[in-house]
Design a protein around this ligand. Structure first.
Ligand code: ACO
Length: 211
């Protein structure tokens, strides 16, 4: 998927490395990256300045890529997306060529679908959500905005995930489960029951450990 406008990447960490390769595979033009300080970029992309440098570019002429990663609740990613969306900037979708994304599924603005992901028909992935390496999202799932479905997570059919939630690496969620908003699911969890908003759960089967 080739974006027509040149792209500014926000962030220069591990997630940025992964997204940059996808942008290159998709032959996107990359202006450079922002970061709090001038540090090496493994692809030799240009350092543009801190995030405020984005305001030097017209909203009409560029797209942003939110390359802030997360290992727990994706709070900073959400802030970045909301700040620049409010200022009229648009975020590019980033979809790895190896991802299998049903043409009957829906991806929101700035959705990031990484290598080996499968998204089945009538699933929805809302704005600014990451579906990380080899995760699988089955039919009719609805994943809210600003979520992170970490590598290898498996969502069976009709699973609902509220906004701002993190589904840990390798977790399994059985069909029809509702996970609330800003929920943190630990790595390797097996989710057999609905999960309340803001809960932290993990284990097999998963239990709520704290709010
Ligand atoms: C490309 C990428 O890298 S994307 C990154 C994806 N990463 C993830 O999805 C990681 C998700 N994070 C986790 O699973 C974390 O372990 C969390 C958030 C659930 C818990 O983190 P913390 O609050 O720091 O817990 P901490 O490490 O102190 O562990 C507390 C206890 O819970 C246990 N525990 C922690 N996580 C889990 C888990 N996922 N499953 C079972 N037990 C767990 C620990 O063994 C420890 O037990 P102990 O007290 O008996 O020793």
């Amino acid at each position: 998927m080739r974006e027509k406008k040149p792209i500014i990447i926000i962030g220069n960490g591990g997630h940025s490395k992964v997204l940059t390769e996808i942008l290159q595979l998709n032959q996107c033009e990359i202006i450079g990256f922002t970061s709090p300080k001038n540090e090496e970029n493994v692809y030799n992309l240009s350092f543009l300045g801190n995030d405020s440098i984005v305001y030097n570019y017209s909203q009409e002429n560029i797209l942003l890529v939110n390359a802030i990663g997360s290992t727990q609740l994706p709070v900073l990613r959400k802030k970045i997306f909301q700040k620049f969306s409010k200022a009229g900037y648009k975020f590019a979708q980033v979809v790895h060529p190896s991802a299998i994304v049903s043409s009957y599924s829906l991806l929101g603005e700035g959705a990031q679908i990484l290598a080996g992901v499968v998204i089945q028909p009538f699933a929805e992935v809302a704005d600014n959500t990451i579906v990380n390496t080899a995760a699988s999202i089955d039919h009719d799932c609805r994943i809210g905005a600003h979520c992170h479905i970490a590598p290898g997570a498996v969502l069976s059919g009709n699973v609902l995930i509220g906004q701002g939630s993190h589904i840990g690496t390798g977790s399994i969620i059985i069909q029809g489960i509702k996970v609330g908003e800003q929920v943190l699911v630990g790595a390797g969890s097996l989710i057999l029951k609905d999960v309340n908003d803001q809960a932290v759960v993990y284990g097999t089967p998963a239990k709520e450990v704290r709010k």
